[in-house]
Design a protein around this ligand. Structure first.
Ligand code: 5GP
Length: 205
């Protein structure tokens, strides 16, 4: 089996990335979702080891020192990072691994894994974004404001992404992402060795 692909998904806070990731994991067997480490507190309903691995600043620092993270970044007052082992084991097993991370992390991943596919998920309009973020009701007005500001800043780096996916209807969005990943597996570079094998075999006759 070929090696899996690393798929980075970023997007405005409130773009519906979490719901999108869950729907993708439920629907397709060959996808794995990386669970990040963070120093922020769990939101109501979030589960340790499923939503995030919740760490103290000190624990997070130790993970950095021990080289246990493939990337990490600061986001609105907290640290977030991607544990290395899960990603590498799943890629090796041929799974496509999704990282739902912000833009600084995405850029680091692109440097370390040039074959990674970068997707930016956006709601169809600023109004929808504001509405989703407010409706979630889990953050204070200050935090929502800080996140909207950060979203505006993040949009500046969007040119570095390979795909922009509009999340208007969830099911459509799930299928779009799946199609993109499947197409990435059909890129010429992925199959060069197969063509070489066929040519070698043919030349033997
Ligand atoms: P939230 O607090 O809303 O769960 O996440 C805040 C931001 O951190 C989101 O943009 C999310 O994609 C990002 N994030 C989550 N995990 C990671 C990670 O492991 N690394 C990086 N760089 N960003 C992350």
């Amino acid at each position: 089996m070929g090696k899996g692909k690393l798929i980075v998904v970023s997007g405005f806070s409130g773009a519906g990335k979490g719901t999108l990731m869950n729907a993708l994991m439920e629907r397709y067997d060959n996808y794995a979702l990386s669970v990040s480490a963070t120093t922020r507190a769990p939101r109501p309903g979030e589960v340790e080891g499923v939503s995030y691995f919740y760490k103290t600043d000190e624990e997070f620092r130790q993970m950095i020192e021990r080289d246990e993270l493939i990337e990490y970044a600061g986001y609105v007052g907290h640290y977030y990072g991607t544990p290395k082992t899960f990603v590498e084991e799943n890629l090796e097993a041929g799974k496509d691994v999704f990282l739902e991370i912000e833009i600084q992390g995405a850029m680091k991943i692109k440097q370390k894994y040039p074959d990674a596919v970068l997707m930016f998920v956006t709601p169809p309009s600023a109004d929808v974004l504001r509405e989703r973020l407010t409706k979630r009701g889990t953050e204070s007005a200050d935090v929502i404001e800080a996140r909207l500001k950060r979203a505006t800043e993040e949009a500046e780096g969007v040119e570095a992404y390979d795909y922009i996916v509009v999340n208007d209807n969830l099911q459509d969005c799930v299928e779009t992402v799946d199609r993109i990943v499947k197409s990435e597996h059909n890129k010429a570079g992925e199959h060069i060795s197969l063509i070489k094998e066929i040519r070698t075999d043919l030349s033997k006759q």
